[in-house]
Design a protein around this ligand. Structure first.
Ligand code: HEC
Length: 138
């Protein structure tokens, strides 16, 4: 039954007799650009972590803001595609610590939610695994 419906749909879609009769469009117009590959789960996770950090830490760690601090950007700049490229293993762990404490640099609460913490913890674990960092000493 379903197979029959699909076959019928395919037959309908395929019966482009008129279209086929038209001269082929130049390849540059006819060929759609190739689909970009789906982002890896790790990239998706890094972007989710970026969103969390942007809202909590962006004031100083987003290079495009007037309020950004050079010393903070030297550690990580969320405006960069690979914002985590310069983070050391210790600084990665520090992301978790700061999210756990929910304390800004001046001791102010940042409004960190359990979901924020979970996202950052998941991201940090994946980043360590990708880099092949040794497991932290407990
Ligand atoms: C008010 C500005 C400001 C905010 C907000 C801020 N930071 Fe920073 N951060 C800095 C500065 C400046 C540095 C450079 C090192 C220093 O002077 O402490 C830094 C350094 C760091 C470091 C490296 C620390 C080290 O010892 O190597 C980490 C990790 C970090 N910040 C994470 C965060 C996270 C996570 C948040 C949000 C929860 C955040 N920061 C919010 C200003 C800020």
């Amino acid at each position: 039954m379903i197979r029959g419906a699909i076959a019928a749909a395919l037959a309908l879609a395929g019966c482009g007799g008129e279209a086929a009769a038209e001269p082929a469009a130049p390849a540059s117009i006819a060929a759609p650009p190739p689909e970009p590959p789906a982002p890896s789960p790790e990239l998706v996770l890094r972007e989710r972590a970026r969103l969390v950090l942007e809202s909590r830490c962006g004031q100083c760690h987003i290079g495009a803001y007037d309020s950004a601090i050079p010393g903070a950007l030297a550690v990580f700049d969320l405006a960069e595609l690979e914002w985590d490229a310069r983070l050391t293993a210790e600084q990665l762990d520090d992301l978790n610590v700061r999210m756990e404490r929910d304390l800004g640099p001046d001791g102010e609460a940042l409004g960190v939610t359990p979901e924020d913490r979970a996202t950052i913890a998941e991201y940090v674990a994946a980043a360590h695994a990708r880099r092949g960092d040794p497991a932290p000493a407990e």
